[in-house]
Ligand binder design. Structure first.
Ligand code: M6R
Length: 619
């Protein structure tokens, strides 16, 4: 959700403002309904904040410049408590003359009782946020301790919920203190300067050396030092790591949007996720999992937990994993899994799928699975994030940074990584399953080139999208692995173009949804390849005929050489031939391009759709 940046640099340097503004620009995808910055200016704290996108804050600073400084914190907000107004924007001030500034990501669940207590003490509030409570508490603790780290330590003991907090105090220039509980915060390690950020994008333009923090830890940075303690006050260590991508990867590189760039990066996302995970003879090696083969062999049930697009990746994987391993596999929205009473024990493998590794609903599901004794594996795209840390093992996708709010390349990389896990389990089981695993790996290695072929053919899809910019509703039908693809196509259109879109299992059509079909209703149909078992191809072709007979405009995604669809299609969008279980890696691409182009044609910001944030770090 919110984006957080902190910086301390050399005493002679005045770049803190620039560094933090640059970091905010890179983190704006995390939340963009208001933004603010606070700096230590001589003997006081100065701040600027504005509702709306970051450009409003920039204009404000141009009109009312801030002094050069060495210490700054900045925030881009996704509103939870209190609307997106100037007053509710962060930072929030506390203490006499507002000598403390604080920014926050997350939700302080007991803010109401704390606020009542502070009001009774005569504290006045300038906003409707939960954050301001923390600002007043840290400021009051500072008056007692005269040490910002000690003040933060005293405050976190009183807070319930999930939070990342950063604070500066006018009495301690050259110091930024951060705290985290169930909310992201990483440290950037510079040379004579140090950084804090919600993710490494905050400081990737300055350093690729980072430090991961654990849960319930407080970090204090100065230009020359980084020290970490637990919420119990005992010293702690962060884990250092090198970020394997650079600032260029987090820039648009000539594309009109991050989404357009990320769609085009999909062949690499899949290829890189496959890279280094097989021996020359095709045997899969997932040593990085660090789970004993015996523990994996004992698995008798798999539950995939995830949200949104990641859950659709899980739905695709279910078909493949059950087919290859014969282990029952369920897919559940993480927030539903967490608060029912799932049947989970020591032989259950709970696989979480998350691009950001910070989705709170998924994190809570993983923690619950751990409590129930399950083996937990995270499929994740973000090193140093929370969900892999909370899991027994992790299999990273290597999609590179995904900045656009709408997930695209992460979806393909997630399916790929889930498949690797499924094939690895099949390999461990031996026999025909192991032989099939090797054959599938050979096919998978051809997929990146096939995705490129799909991308090279997208001109007509863009044209169709432009023609359809005024559509009020678009339906998507799919069957087997094409069903989650239909759901994903509809989600992309909803979140980017704000039009009614729904995905259906094609077999479900006659059980209700066919009533929606009226003359001119556009329907995308994802057609399984003609070699899909159980005559599914013929069944879906029949569905196309049924909706066309009722006036639907049919936009058919079909394999090269599939002529059976032609008589019933208003448009045929071709993808290369590939085995049934791998088809989603190709068929989803035209749907992503369609949504991106239609939203662009409507003049919408595809990278930052309304009301959304990239990483949903509240429940
Ligand atoms: O970071 P995660 O993969 O855990 O995020 C899960 C969903 O919030 C995410 O996929 C969301 O649905 C996307 N905006 C869809 O494009």
């Amino acid at each position: 959700m919110c984006g957080i940046v902190g910086y301390v640099g050399p005493a002679t340097d005045g770049t803190a403002l620039d560094v933090v503004m640059e970091g905010l620009a890179r983190l704006e995808y995390r939340g963009y309904d208001s933004a603010g910055i606070a700096v230590i200016d001589g003997d006081h704290v100065a701040f600027r904040k504005r509702s709306g996108k970051l450009v409003n804050l920039r204009d404000e600073i141009t009109g009312r410049p801030l002094s050069a400084t060495t210490t700054a914190i900045g925030h881009t907000r996704w509103a939870t408590h209190g609307g997106p107004t100037d007053d509710n924007a962060h930072p929030h001030l506390g203490g006499p003359e507002g000598r403390l500034a604080l920014i926050h990501n997350g939700i302080i669940e007991n803010f109401h009782s704390l606020k009542t207590e502070l009001l009774a003490q005569g504290v006045t509030f300038a906003s409707e946020t939960d954050t301001e409570v923390a600002a007043h508490l840290v400021a009051a603790a500072y008056e007692r301790t005269h040490d910002l780290t000690a003040a933060m330590l005293a405050t976190v003991a009183r807070l319930h919920g999930a939070f990342t907090l950063l604070a500066i105090h006018a009495d301690q220039p050259g110091v930024v203190v951060g705290a985290r509980r169930n909310s992201p915060l990483v440290v950037g390690l510079g040379d004579g300067a140090n950084y804090l950020g919600s993710d490494v994008a905050a400081f990737i333009g300055h350093t690729r050396e980072a430090m991961e923090l654990g849960q319930d830890q407080i970090v204090t940075i100065t230009p020359d030092s980084v020290s970490v303690i637990g919420f119990d006050g005992t010293p702690a260590q962060g884990r250092r790591y090198h970020v394997d991508w650079d600032a260029a990867a987090a820039e648009k590189g000539g594309y009109p949007s991050f989404m357009a760039k990320e769609i085009d990066e999909q062949p690499h996302a899949v290829a890189d996720t496959l890279l280094g995970r097989t021996k020359d003879d095709g045997e899969l090696v997932l040593d990085e999992l660090r789970v004993s083969e015996d523990a994996l062999r004992a698995v008798d049930k798999i539950i995939i937990v995830a949200c949104g697009t990641a859950a659709y990746a899980g739905m695709v994987a279910k078909y493949a994993i059950e087919h290859w391993t014969r282990i029952p596999c369920e897919v559940e929205l993480a927030h539903e899994f967490r608060y029912r009473d799932p049947v989970v024990n020591g032989t259950t493998l709970v696989v979480s799928v998350s691009q950001s590794g910070e989705t709170m609903d998924t994190l809570m599901a993983v923690k619950h699975a751990n409590e129930l004794g399950a083996l937990t594996v995270s499929i994740c795209n973000t090193h140093g994030s929370t969900i892999p840390r909370e899991s027994d093992a992790v299999l990273y996708t290597h999609a590179g940074p995904e900045i656009a709010v709408a997930s695209t390349k992460a979806f393909l990389a997630q399916i790929t990584a889930c498949y690797l896990l499924g094939l690895y389990l099949a390999q461990l089981r031996g026999g025909t399953a192991a032989d099939e695993a090797q054959a599938v790996m050979r096919e998978l290695r051809e997929v990146p080139d096939k995705i490129q072929t799909v991308l090279d053919r997208m001109d007509r899809v863009r044209e169709i999208a432009r023609f359809m910019a005024d559509s009020r509703s678009v339906l998507f039908l799919g069957r087997h692995v094409g069903f989650p693809v239909a759901l994903e196509g509809a989600l992309k259109l909803k979140e980017l173009a704000y039009i009614h879109a729904e995905g259906f299992a094609a077999g479900e059509l006659k059980h209700g949804p066919i009533a929606l079909i009226e003359p001119g209703q556009p329907v995308f149909v994802i057609v399984p390849g003609p070699d899909t078992p159980h005559d599914l191809h013929a069944k879906v072709v029949s569905n196309i005929q049924e909706i066309r007979a009722r006036g639907a405009r049919t936009l058919v995604v079909a394999q090269d050489g599939d002529e059976a669809v032609v008589p019933f299609a208003d448009e045929v969008i071709r993808v290369p031939r590939t085995p049934p279980l791998l088809q989603p890696l190709l068929t989803v691409v035209p749907l992503q391009v369609f949504a991106c182009q239609l939203a662009t044609a409507k003049g919408l910001d595809v990278d930052q759709p309304r009301n959304l944030a990239k990483s949903v770090t509240v429940e």
